[in-house]
Design a binder for this molecule. Sequence first.
Ligand SMILES: C[S@@+](CC[C@H](N)C(=O)[O-])C[C@H]1O[C@@H](n2cnc3c(N)ncnc32)[C@H](O)[C@@H]1O
Length: 389
Amino acid sequence: MNRIAEDVKPGIDDMQTRLIEIVARVIGKSDREHPADAVLREELKRAAGLSRADGREISRAVFAFYRWRGWLNQPEPVVDRIIKAIELNERFKERSNTFTDEELVAKTVPDWVNEQMEVLPVWARSLQTEPQIWLRARHGRAKILAEELGKCWVGDGILDDAICYEGSEDLFRTAEFHHGEFQLQDISSQAVGLLCKPQPGETWWDACAGEGGKLLHLSDLMQNKGLIWASDRIEWRLKKLKQRAARAKVFNYRVALWNGGEKLPTKTKFDGVLVDSPCTGLGTWQRNPHARWTITPDDVRDLMDVQKRLLENAVPAVKPGGKLIYSVCTMTVAETNEVVAAFGKQFPQLKPLALTNPFNPKETADQLWFWPHEVGGNGMFVAAWKKIE
Ligand SMILES: C[S@@+](CC[C@H](N)C(=O)[O-])C[C@H]1O[C@@H](n2cnc3c(N)ncnc32)[C@H](O)[C@@H]1O
């Protein structure tokens, strides 16, 4: 049994009480503006004298709380709810068949989600399991790196730079991380980079580059040759991107602020533009269960508008014959099929481009869905077009 859950029993020691107090404090401080993972990081930094194992227990309990929130009774004291969530988490790990499909579909996500997409029982089940940790090795180095790190298994087939890490070391402290030998990157995000298929010497624009997860992958695929423009609306994200790029020894990029408007960061015409758009992030709800309870149906509508605008404004930057790739880590119909249908009507000069599914090379389509229960990573949607004039 989890150490924190033992806390309810008589004979609690001071340390266990302290751990559970930290969990309750994180929950008390978390809301839409203060996501639980960020609050958790702050609280763990502030708490003196915790071991790494304590930190892991606290994190597990916070995530279990939001993962099982649909089963908890709001009026009960928070400590009781934390204990119940931990027990549910353990029961699910050991006897997941004691949870029916019906209850999982009804309680895993808020009701409004059913109006935005079909909530499949297999998806709901996947949301209740702890996520896997994925790394991306430098191209061709996965096997060697997996041996160096230990407790890893390596993907095969097209996604052969992907490594699944099953150990409990703090990977950010390893020499391999500091030498830029890997990135922590979800396997579905790695699939998006592969689908872009950038070639050495080409010119690309990563329009919503954020902290650079996909930019670093594009650069690796381009063997650091050619040029990638990386833009985002938020300056601190681009600063982080530069730090990561320096560690990864990625140099073939240029950074610019872009708010998604008609005025583009450059007059360059690109071989490829990636719009890895802001979205409701339902595909990350296994990794980030707090977001299940802070995202609203209004967000779906608002983000759909942003997605359409970003795509629309990116079109002039694609050179004739160039590619436009749209990706979101969500599965609502509005942010996937509806955005793509509206875009197709507005821009007939862009033709849907067939993509080969990296998880299943027999599947070729101009829109691909990666489901967490099928790929073991985040849920993701990708569509692509080629400009014909
Ligand atoms: C899904 S995240 C990008 C993740 C990144 N591509 C990666 O792989 O690490 C979406 C990004 O879009 C940015 N963004 C949000 N609204 C934007 C806008 N109107 N114009 C440009 N970027 C925007 C966000 O700041 C965020 O960094």
